[in-house]
Design a protein around this ligand. Structure first.
Ligand SMILES: [Zn+2]
Length: 250
């Protein structure tokens, strides 16, 4: 069985029997890998704790037929600040869950790995509005995965205005002529906010909160769009919407 070295970020960790766990890791060079970590309880080492979700670790792994085996794990970045704050955890969970949905097993995707790392670093910096960082991250993830929502021109004809309809299945904002029956009316400020969020860098996304009404509308458009294109309900969205919105930045 070939042995390989990687670095990665733990997306999920599930107990397997009494002493083992199965971890899902987004690696830098080997895509998403799933591996068994054995003897987590037996050993007195911190092996198990190193393989908790969010950990950025360097790994030594054996390639298996179905599952790989993690034989060594060393912490590169533990993201302790995120772990200690509920709204940062909620934002980080959204990132991990969304990445888990789009990442392919054993398919190298360095840009996805770097995006996740940048997202977690932006949260670790303690942003004013962690949910906005997660939402900006989602927009970047959708773009990287080929599902970028049209936000500045009609998704169908490219016309620039007026863009007052939105449909996940049609790919974003729409002009009146192109809007089909399932398209809903949207307000231009909500679309403008999503467009800004998609362009700003992740560190800056936490500093540009609009008023709560615009935020709520934009959020429901984005979550609906993401769930439609990621083809699954995102559990973490319900945590994210419970976060109190920070006060308006001047
Ligand atoms: Zn159109």
């Amino acid at each position: 069985m070939p042995l390989y070295k990687e670095q990665g970020i733990v997306l999920r960790s599930v107990k397997l029997g009494e002493a083992d766990k199965i971890v899902t890791i987004l690696t830098q060079g080997s895509g998403k890998v799933r591996g068994v970590a054995k003897g987590i309880r037996r050993t007195q080492s911190k092996f198990g704790a190193r393989l908790e979700p969010l950990m950025h670790v360097s790994l030594l792994m054996y390639q298996g037929r179905n599952l790989d085996t993690v034989t060594q794990a060393e912490i590169i970045v533990p993201f302790v600040r995120i772990r200690g704050t509920f709204d940062l955890i909620a934002a980080a969970e959204t990132m991990l869950e969304a990445v888990d949905k789009v990442a392919e097993e054993h398919e190298r995707n360095v840009r996805l790995f770097l995006l996740l790392l940048a997202g977690l670093r932006a949260l670790e910096a303690g942003p004013n509005d962690p949910a906005a960082v997660a939402e900006s991250f989602l927009l970047k993830l959708l773009s990287l995965s080929g599902f970028h929502p049209a936000l500045s021109g009609c998704a169908v004809c490219g016309s620039r205005e007026p863009l007052e309809w939105f449909s996940a299945s049609q790919g974003g904002v729409l002009c009146r002529e192109c809007a089909e029956h399932d398209a809903g009316r949207v307000s231009p400020p909500a679309i403008k906010w999503l467009d800004d969020l998609s362009r700003v860098d992740l560190l800056g996304a936490g500093d540009m909160t609009p008023d709560a009404e615009i935020r709520r509308e934009a959020r429901s458009l984005l979550y609906g769009f993401a769930e439609y294109h990621l083809e699954r309900r995102m559990r973490s969205f319900s945590l994210l919407v419970r976060q109190p919105l920070p006060a308006l930045t001047p």
